[in-house]
Design a protein around this ligand. Structure first.
Ligand code: ASP
Length: 302
């Protein structure tokens, strides 16, 4: 692939269904990505830098702000990274660590691309990855809202009977749910001036969730994809997104020459209106975002 010096572009999102007033967090994250481009010039490092800002923010469903699983105690996080230099790494269901996106970055340097659960936690311990075990009041409030949604008659997750979460309960403690999905996952896509692309994403998962649940965020081609024609990240309810291999599908449309905005819109139109979904992307010449819900976001460059 021959790459020539060009302009950079960064797009950051704070989750389909996220609060628009969290936009300031996305703007800070995008700014951090610009600074990283000034230091390393590397698209993936810039995308990761943006995502770490959002993981540390505490308001987004990633890193320190991750939603609690249904037991109200456990946080399980997923993250992923990919670029056009061949780096690919992901983690799923990791617990008690800071910045899962940095752990995904570390996995990309191992012989594997994806570590999950206990093995991923052991890998984090082996490389002395920093720990984070604090549950904030914001996380507890989110959990209260999820429990309230489950107690209502509308499905807390579209198309799923609320009772299914009780029927398939897989926690040690007895179910005590009083029979809203929480999204706010974060992601960033970057085109560096050297023409390389990078994508990074991180989530506490889509609530409500059983233990061990994995959505689209760490699944290559579903939640994220980067190739010579661009980079794409998805957000929304992973159970639906994976069925469309959404990020790769949108990528192929962009690669085939479809205008970026049209590709994003067409990707969202694959879904029922009840399903929260959002996309961000950069191509060789364009950058943008599209969602069927409010989605805090920021863009620098195009
Ligand atoms: N896609 C994430 C998941 O299903 C959630 C989100 O984007 O908000 O785990």
């Amino acid at each position: 692939m021959s790459l020539s010096q060009g302009s950079h572009a960064i797009v950051v999102h704070g989750g389909a269904g996220g609060k628009p007033e969290y936009k300031d967090g996305c703007e800070r994250a995008a700014q951090r990505a610009v600074e990283e481009l000034g230091i390393s010039g590397d698209a993936l490092e810039a995308a990761i830098a943006a995502v770490t800002v959002l993981e540390d923010d505490g308001r987004f469903n990633a890193g320190r702000g991750s939603v609690l699983c249904l037991d109200g105690e456990t946080v399980e996080m997923d993250a992923s990274v990919m670029d056009t230099r061949g780096r690919l790494g992901a983690v799923a269901c990791v617990r008690g660590i800071e910045n899962p996106v940095l752990l995904a970055r570390a996995v990309a340097d191992t012989p594997h691309w994806f570590l999950a659960g206990d093995g991923a936690d052991r890998f984090a311990a082996a490389i002395r990855h920093p720990l984070w075990n604090t549950i904030s009041e914001h996380q507890r409030e989110q959990h209260r809202q999820v429990r309230e949604a489950l107690a209502g008659t509308a499905p807390a997750m579209p198309g799923v009977d609320n009772q299914a979460f009780l029927r398939f309960w897989n926690y040690r403690s007895a179910p005590d749910l009083p029979p809203g999905a929480a999204c706010d996952t974060v992601g960033a896509v970057v085109r560096a001036p050297d023409g390389h692309f990078g994508v990074a994403a991180s989530t506490g998962g889509s609530a409500p969730s059983l233990l061990g649940r994995v959505g689209d965020t760490p699944i290559v081609g579903s939640g994220f994809y980067a190739g010579p024609a661009g980079a794409v990240a998805a957000t929304g309810i992973g159970e639906y997104i994976v069925r469309h291999l959404l990020a790769h599908r949108v990528y192929t449309w962009i690669e085939d020459g479809m205008p970026l905005e049209q590709a994003l819109r067409r990707g969202i139109e694959l879904f029922d209106k009840d399903v929260d979904v959002g996309l961000i992307a950069v191509s060789r010449t364009e950058a943008g975002a599209f969602s069927n819900r409010d989605m805090p976001r920021a863009r620098i460059g195009n």
